[in-house]
Design a protein around this ligand. Structure first.
Ligand code: CA
Ligand code: CA
Length: 289
């Protein structure tokens, strides 16, 4: 099953019409545009004379059987990207508020397993910027994030990761896009190596359990991802959710608190979107007492 990149949204919203229907257990390939909606070409020229979307996500896909209150597990089976990517500069905002507002873009080749950046070879860490379901209330633009996921820009959303989202509406209305071929935690200048490509995702609906924010299982780690209006609030939310998760695993509130202070890392995902995103990360073998 394949969803083409022309089936896209710039808002995750319960009122979006499904682009595609699939079943619990299905694997779906999403073709995705880059965050510029493919308006910047390989030669660096900008073609924004026609309407385009900011940070589009392919979808939404309606997963049959998913109901409000369930959890949607999304396994990232494969991420395939173009053999070049575009990095922009969001000067004048986010981490670069100290610099005058200016946008420029550079195009970089991906060859021999590296990103070729001005004579340096940068290691690749392909990841998904936007991934999520429709939120319960008002729709949220795909440039932003929340408890439904969205533009979390978390480097751990990579091949092999399993993501868990709280389902708020029938069918979940899942969408994804905004692939990055290389990106550091924080995404400080507002862009990774932005690229179009394909995401292969497998869906599983989980009944009878509830979560409040996205959870990721990858590389024998468990992480909760929280977004809020500033980093302090996002960090507090991530700590709260991890604390709850550990207590579900049988640790008392004191034990879980101590364990988190010793073995849980708080990591900044991004500081450049309308809300900021933090993850709390712990080894999977510590989840249960
Ligand atoms: Ca992004
Ligand atoms: Ca991006």
């Amino acid at each position: 099953m394949r969803v083409t990149a022309d089936k896209k949204v710039d808002i995750l919203d319960k009122n979006n019409a499904p682009a595609f229907y699939c079943k619990d257990g299905d694997t779906v390939v999403f073709e995705t545009s880059d965050c510029f909606d493919s308006t910047i070409h390989y030669d660096g020229s900008v073609h924004q004379d026609k309407p385009f979307m900011h940070n589009p996500a392919t979808g939404p896909v309606y997963i049959e059987g998913a109901e409000a209150g369930d959890i949607l597990c999304v396994e990232i089976v494969k991420i395939k990207t173009n053999d070049y990517g575009i990095v922009g500069t969001a000067f004048g905002s986010g981490g670069f508020a100290h610099v005058d507002k200016k946008f420029s873009a550079g195009v970089f080749d991906i060859k021999d397993g590296y990103c070729h950046f001005h004579g340096r070879k940068l290691e690749l860490n392909p990841m998904i910027g936007v991934i999520g379901v429709a939120p319960e209330g008002e729709g949220v633009l795909t440039v932003s994030a929340g408890s439904h996921g969205g533009n979390m820009d978390c480097t751990q959303v990579k091949e092999g990761a399993k993501l868990y989202f709280p389902v708020a509406v029938p069918g979940a209305l899942f969408a994804t896009g905004d692939l990055h071929i290389v990106m550091g935690d924080g995404e400080v200048v507002g862009y990774g190596v932005e690229a179009g490509g394909e995401v292969t995702a497998k869906f599983t609906v989980i009944k009878g359990e509830k979560i409040e924010n996205p959870i990721i299982h990858v590389d024998n780690k468990v992480m909760v991802v929280a977004s809020a209006e500033n980093l302090d609030k996002a960090a507090d939310l991530a700590v709260r959710d991890m604390h709850k998760l550990l207590m579900k695993g049988g640790w008392s509130d004191e034990e879980a608190g101590m364990l988190m202070s010793l073995k849980c890392d708080l990591v900044i995902c991004q500081i450049v979107n309308p809300v900021k995103t933090v993850r709390a990360v712990i080894n999977a073998d510590l989840m249960k007492k």
